[in-house]
Design a protein around this ligand. Structure first.
Ligand code: PFF
Length: 452
């Protein structure tokens, strides 16, 4: 096992915040949040989502940072070190498995975005009709060689950055890519709000129709909160393990949660006004993002350039998240197997690429292969990882930090004085009693073991 002395660290506080926000802000915000919101009826789903962020997401994020920082180990080693028994190590393992599965299909979606970057460079959206743009996306899905090729390209970029190390790879790239993303997002939301369907879009996103809340929607909202905040699999434990002793975890978690939620809501505000302006169905599913946005780009005066910038920035958001997923797996091999960073990045990256191929083929060659019910490989992996693996991982992390870590370890934190004292007390209470109960009820209800 690597010793503390050799451990890499973030070089600046803001570098850590950008890296953690970079992990959180990704395809989950821009691609997934709008389409799951669309499929579950809009405003009411958003409300349950916000509640999940406050009651479940935020407390678990602080817990993950704390476990990582206290142990200065990646998840498997962290649970072994702090947990005492072998059993807790399994939680770390569950995290590594979740990271492995998620990045395998996340990279396929990252590939679609890269394909769109190329399309925008070739100016293919300009002057195209709505149905032509829909056809473009379906064309990508139907082409196996293209799917696998772009999947390979995307994962190679992630491998390249992770191979560079914590401060010179992950931190350096996040500091450049994240501010650029925020800037372009602002421009796009202004443009969307000027669309004729803006009012309807805003109403869809913020007006809660409670008849739309089903147990499935609640499970999905909670899963989405875990996915979007990068929780339940140890990504934040891993990033926390590169923190210095003095960092204020509570502040960092508040900042990351707010940034992530804002980007998700702004993502919705970019997409739904366009959806309603052009009469597209808000419940279109995974294709929503890929079929709606180019429509508006095709109509704008500088549309070609804006499309290019936008897809480039979404690529950045996706990459900064993908590297945190990969880092969980890579840091396991560095910490526990004593592999060099280079060897760990390359070998795990290539294995993940191979494992992701069936997801890349889910829309063409393997489209008839159903794993869970009607779901293809891609959707099945996403469903199990997001709705079950992350919440179960998060539940165990909350129980571990709230009930098993000595109280001194959880409340004796830098910055825990004056006003913050009550924050820490409050946080611990929520983490011990409310978060685990809320997650358990949602999981049991969905599994049919309890009924309301
Ligand atoms: N939070 C990322 C997103 O919203 O796209 C995805 C993700 C990254 C999930 C890291 C989980 C994780 F550990």
């Amino acid at each position: 096992m690597n010793t503390d002395k050799k451990r890499e660290v973030w070089s600046t506080k803001i570098g850590f915040i950008f890296a953690a926000a970079g992990s959180a802000v990704g395809l989950g915000n821009m691609w997934k949040f709008p389409y799951v919101t669309g499929m579950h009826g809009g405003g009411a789903f958003v409300l349950v989502y916000l509640l999940s962020v406050i009651v479940i997401g935020f407390p678990i994020m602080v817990a993950e940072f704390m476990i990582g920082r206290n142990a200065r180990q990646s998840p498997v080693g962290a649970f072994a070190k702090l947990g005492g028994t072998r059993w807790w190590k399994l939680v770390g393992w569950l995290g590594v498995a979740s990271g492995f599965i998620i990045i395998s299909y996340y990279s396929v979606v990252g590939g679609w975005i890269l394909d769109y970057v190329v399309k925008s460079i070739l100016n293919q959206f300009q002057g195209s009709s709505v149905s032509q743009i829909e056809g473009m996306f379906d064309g990508i899905l139907k082409n196996p060689v293209r799917q696998v090729g772009y999947h390979a390209l995307f994962i190679s970029l992630a491998i390249y950055i992770v191979k560079g190390g914590v401060s010179r790879g992950i931190e350096r790239w996040n500091k450049i890519l994240m501010p650029a993303l925020f800037g372009i997002l602002l421009l796009l939301v202004i443009n969307s709000l000027l669309c004729p369907g803006a009012k309807e879009g805003i109403k869809f996103l913020f007006y809660p129709d409670f008849s739309k809340i089903t147990p499935a929607a609640v499970l999905e909202a909670m899963g989405q909160a875990f996915f979007s905040l990068s929780l339940g699999m140890g990504a934040m434990i891993t990033y926390g393990s590169y923190l210095g002793r003095k960092a204020d975890l509570m502040n960092a978690a508040v900042e990351v949660c707010i940034l992530d939620t804002m980007v998700a809501l702004i993502g919705g505000l970019v997409i739904f006004p366009i959806v309603f302006s052009y009469g597209l169905p808000p419940s279109a599913g995974p294709g929503l993002f890929f079929k709606t946005l180019p429509v508006v780009f095709s109509k704008l005066p500088w549309g070609g350039l804006i499309a290019f910038l936008f897809f480039l920035l979404v690529t950045f958001a996706a990459i900064t998240s993908a590297i945190s997923l990969l880092e969980v797996v890579v840091s396991y091999f560095i910490d526990e197997m004593n592999w060099s960073r280079k060897k760990a990045s390359l070998l795990t990256g290539i294995t993940i690429f191979i494992f992701g191929i069936p997801s890349a083929l889910s829309f063409n060659i393997l489209s008839n292969l159903a794993l869970l019910g009607e779901k293809n490989v891609f959707d099945s992996l996403d469903f199990v990882a997001t709705n079950y693996m992350l919440p179960i991982g998060g539940l165990l992390i909350a129980v571990f930090c709230g009930w098993f870590l000595p109280k001194k370890e959880t409340t004796d934190q830098p910055g825990n004085n004056g006003k913050n004292f009550y924050f820490y007390r409050g946080w611990l209470l929520v983490l011990k009693y409310i978060t685990p109960v809320a997650v358990s009820i949602i999981l049991l209800q969905k599994a049919g073991l309890i009924n309301f």
